[in-house]
Design a protein around this ligand. Structure first.
Ligand SMILES: *Cc1c(COP(=O)(O)O)cnc(C)c1O
Length: 486
């Protein structure tokens, strides 16, 4: 075999280098790629006002299998065509203002540009020494969010990939604050309403706390946790020799947008020594508005909370924030030292995001929120959020006037759950048929849920591009489907 300095080795190295350099296109190749990408993005955005909110197809996206990963590479336009057909041409349109299902996503253009720039410059946001600017940016966003939520100065947290990941961080901080050890878990009781999002129990399980007893507290007629039932459950657990630990009220449930009584929850948390971790993944962003602040009174008393900028602050998917007022347990759960890292983070001016999450090689995720916030100004976000609150009231008033309508409780934030009562036959089947018809038409995308066992339709008004005309179209489509199916 030839030595490492032999001509054969150099020849091979040259071949490898030539191939390897194709990974890094020069200015002219880049120009063509930019143009194609920009044309694609611009065509998508221009078509958006009339594009379907949902595209129902047989075996959606399955055609991707006909574009297997190749050795030689493929022409860029062919790849964009595959993207258009098999990814962007199926399922829910996450950029549409007529997406009114689940918790609608948005994707502000400036947020998308922030993502693009973060990827191009690839600044590291895990550790202050390496990425001081990216770390300061993340911390600036966290401080701003904490201030908007009413948490005290000095609160911080982490920008995670979404609400579920943010909840995992919060649960681990709460565990450290209580000093729980594995042997304590079967006694460490968790309280949430029967409307809570499933990701809380999932976070407990992933954190190894699957044995912790979870008390599902009943709700009132407006789907809010009943504080007297909560207190009774806590007292019963105390009497049984268990250890009440964690209270997770929801500030805006997924089903109906209900806000649990946060003041009463905070009082009980203080009285019984619970950590209050509030799930504001959907709803907490409304704290940017005056009416939202009133609806969310008590949010500021949380020990920790989760808010999803990829929901209520309209960023591209992949951004959920956990905010914590006690940094010690947060760091205790996550911080690490290693020989291959520079000086201990304590010596540095800013907390490093890798000290407050499981992630280490972390991209500059903050840029997808920092750029739109700075560019448009916070006032534009406050206006958009207040608009959604008002649109929900407006939609509710219109629903009340529809024949056969069983409108649920008035919206507390921007989600409505309701059902039609058919002239004859099964109401669940009737409402499911309405939903099916709207989904196959695809102009507006709604979803359903069960409340007290009964199937309900949901209208969730949160997408940045949802304005009055989109709400009107959804209401008219609903009325028409109900009339024709009756
Ligand atoms: C969306 C949502 C979650 C989960 O957050 P992801 O960002 O989807 O992981 C948790 N709680 C509520 C109330 C939500 O609406």
């Amino acid at each position: 075999m030839a030595g490492s300095g032999s001509p054969a080795v150099f020849a091979h190295l040259k071949e490898l280098e030539a191939r390897s350099r194709t990974l890094d296109p020069g200015p002219e190749s880049r120009a063509a790629l930019w143009d194609a990408t920009r044309d694609y993005g611009e065509a998508f955005l221009r078509a958006l006002p009339e594009a379907p909110a949902f595209l129902l197809k047989d075996r959606p996206g399955a055609g991707l299998a006909d574009v297997p990963i190749s050795e030689a590479g493929r022409a860029f336009p062919d790849l964009l065509a595959a993207l258009a057909e098999h990814v962007d041409g199926v399922g829910a349109n996450g950029a549409s203002g007529r997406h009114l299902a689940f918790i609608p996503p948005s994707s502000l253009f400036a947020g998308a540009l922030g993502d693009l720039l973060a990827a191009i410059t690839n600044r590291y946001a895990g550790y202050f020494f390496a990425g001081p600017g990216a770390v300061r940016m993340e911390n600036q966003i966290l401080s701003w969010l904490a201030r908007e939520m009413g948490l005290p100065e000095g609160s911080s947290g982490n920008l995670a990939a979404g609400g579920s990941m943010a909840h995992l961080i919060g649960v681990c901080a709460a565990r450290e604050a209580a000093g729980l050890r594995a042997a304590d878990y079967p006694k460490a009781c968790v309280y949430l309403s029967d409307q809570a999002h499933h990701c809380i129990v999932k976070a407990l399980r992933v954190a190894g706390l699957g044995e912790a007893p979870v008390r599902s507290i009943p709700v009132d007629a407006d789907y809010r946790l009943r504080p007297e039932a909560l207190e009774a459950a806590i007292q019963a657990d105390q009497r049984a020799g268990l250890r009440p630990w964690l209270l997770v009220p929801t500030a805006g449930t997924t089903n109906t947008g209900a806000v649990d009584p946060l003041e009463a929850c905070a009082d009980l948390a203080v009285r019984y020594g619970l950590w209050m971790h509030t799930d504001g993944a959907y709803g907490a962003a409304f704290a940017l508005t005056v009416p939202g602040k009133t609806a969310l009174k008590g949010l500021e008393r949380s020990d920790s909370l989760v808010v999803d900028p990829h929901k209520g602050l309209f960023t591209p998917l992949g951004l959920g924030a956990v905010l914590v007022r006690h940094l010690e347990p947060l760091r205790k759960a996550h911080a690490f030292q290693a020989d291959y890292l520079p000086s201990p983070p304590e010596d540095l001016e800013e907390m490093s995001p890798s000290e407050t999450t499981l992630e280490f090689s972390k991209h500059a995720r903050a840029l997808r929120l920092w750029l739109p916030l700075q560019f448009h100004g916070a006032a534009a976000f406050r206006a958009a959020l207040e608009e959604k609150l008002l649109l929900a009231r407006y939609a509710y008033d219109r629903l009340l006037h529809m024949p056969g309508m069983e409108a649920g409780p008035a919206p507390q934030l921007s989600i409505l759950a309701f059902r039609f009562q058919p002239p004859a036959g099964d109401a669940d089947a009737f409402n499911q048929a309405i939903l099916q018809r709207l989904t196959s038409e695809g102009r507006v995308f709604l979803s359903g849920t069960r409340l007290n066992g009964a199937f309900h339709l949901r209208l969730a008004i949160l997408a940045a591009r949802t304005h009055r005309v989109e709400v009107d179209e959804a209401l008219e489509a609903l009325a028409q489907a109900a009339a024709e199916l009756a």
